[in-house]
Design a protein around this ligand. Structure first.
Ligand SMILES: Cc1ncc(COP(=O)(O)O)c(C=O)c1O
Length: 402
């Protein structure tokens, strides 16, 4: 079949992702992949999920294996609404839509809001999955909060963007936090300019150290003082990093008029997200299990973050710098100016270690001398070995420059 003449212009515009090839490089036996933001399989609560599955099947098998609510299982939405509500922000189950992973949330928000050529503000670099989800709309991406603290919100709000998108907590790919001051100034600007932000928060609960910074959803509710969500922040949450990514359960929180619009589109996308997976996520999370598990994950991932930082301090030459995240999965490394992380990747693969080159996360050019490393997948000894191999490749490249 000659498919090229049938494929839509929209899809033809998409370039095949070079990342696929990079992930495949990580499949070899002796390759340490610091590329994917993937939990260690040993951290996934298999026994708890087995028990939850048994309970769901024996207590409500007929309901769980059937079609169900497009908005999501009510018990799960009630659980999330209670979990996210605070003294000054009450979230109703009606504010929540369960999605098939938060990635589906990004896709749905894009489908509801974007027209061809719309302006979207992001940090640069940003999460590659947002670029992928929205690439076909031919958006005008503009960076904000990417340089110093002096980003001028009045300037970037004109003309008004269709959406802003941030991973405010332990950002993918940098591991950095959006400061509380920036969150507060953003919330004010949202209200002043009647603009919207999508706050994508899969990592917020994986905090190893430092004070918790309130989400923009909370800050807006605090700012308006109505006790409800304010409506300018759309929040995307996920069970992927705190329970299991294989369950594919995420959620969106939004004000009710937008929830109704998203529901219209979700019908066409998948009728409902897996009812079975939602019941299992609900059952597994209950009785305090989720909070107890998150506490353990914080300790385990913190140990790996420490191992990666210690190894980078030990093996990397001093001209290489890196972020020191207080949570999440990722570290961003900066090579000396002029060094190319794709060239480095080729040499790293030969030594049995892979990562994601920084330019993959950039909305335009840039990031050529950056790379993202993930510390989520391996034990400290293997992280150390991966960084040792990477450092050899870096030193070899630096030596050839002089
Ligand atoms: C920032 C960010 N958003 C969304 C996702 C998608 O997560 P999921 O669809 O598994 O909930 C990821 C996954 O790595 C992520 O890093």
């Amino acid at each position: 079949m000659e498919w090229d003449s049938l494929i839509s212009d929209r899809v033809r515009r998409l370039q095949p992702s070079r990342l696929t090839a990079i992930f495949q490089m990580g499949d070899g036996q002796d390759v340490i992949s610091l590329a994917g933001g993937v939990p260690d399989p040993a951290f996934l609560p298999v026994e708890r999920i087995r028990e939850a599955t048994d309970t769901v099947l024996s207590e409500r098998g007929g309901e769980a294996l059937n079609y169900g609510s497009g908005q999501g299982v009510l018990e799960l939405r009630e659980f999330l609404a209670a979990r996210m509500s605070t003294d000054f922000m009450k979230i109703d189950p009606e504010n929540i839509i369960i999605t098939s992973g938060s990635q589906q949330g990004l896709d749905l928000v894009g489908r509801v809001l974007f027209d061809e050529g719309d302006k979207v503000l992001v940090r640069n670099p940003t999460y590659i999955g947002s670029i992928n989800a929205w690439r076909s709309y031919n958006l005008k991406w503009e960076p904000v909060f990417s340089g110093g603290e002096s980003d001028d919100l009045d300037r970037v709000m004109q003309p008004r963007p269709k959406l802003m998108y941030f991973v405010a907590d332990y950002e993918n790919p940098t591991g950095e936090m959006l400061s509380e001051a920036r969150r507060r100034s953003l919330v004010k600007a949202l209200i002043q300019y009647q603009a919207a932000v999508l706050e994508d928060d899969p990592y917020g609960q994986l905090r190893f150290e430092g004070e918790r910074i309130p989400t923009m959803l909370e800050l807006e509710a605090q700012h308006t003082g109505t006790g409800r969500i304010g409506g300018h922040v759309i929040y995307a949450g996920s069970f992927s990093k705190v329970l299991s990514p294989g369950l594919r359960v995420g959620w969106l929180v939004a004000d009710k008029p937008l929830v109704a619009r998203i529901m219209q589109i979700k019908q066409g996308a998948n009728l409902c997200s897996s009812i079975f997976d939602q019941f299992v996520a609900y059952e597994a999370s209950g009785d305090g299990f989720l909070d107890a598990h998150i506490l353990k994950l914080r300790g385990w991932y913190a140990e790996r973050r420490n191992a990666m930082i210690a190894a980078m301090e030990r093996y990397f030459p001093p001209e290489v710098t890196f972020t020191r995240p207080h949570g999440g999965f990722f570290v961003m490394v900066t090579l000396p100016e002029g060094m190319d992380s794709i060239e480095l990747l080729k040499r790293a693969v030969e030594r049995g270690v892979v990562f994601i080159p920084g330019e993959a996360f950039h909305i335009r050019e840039g990031g050529n001398n950056n790379l993202r490393l993930s510390f989520s997948r391996y034990k400290p000894e293997l992280i150390d070995e991966g960084i040792r191999r990477l450092a050899e490749a870096i030193k070899e490249m630096i030596a050839e420059r002089v």
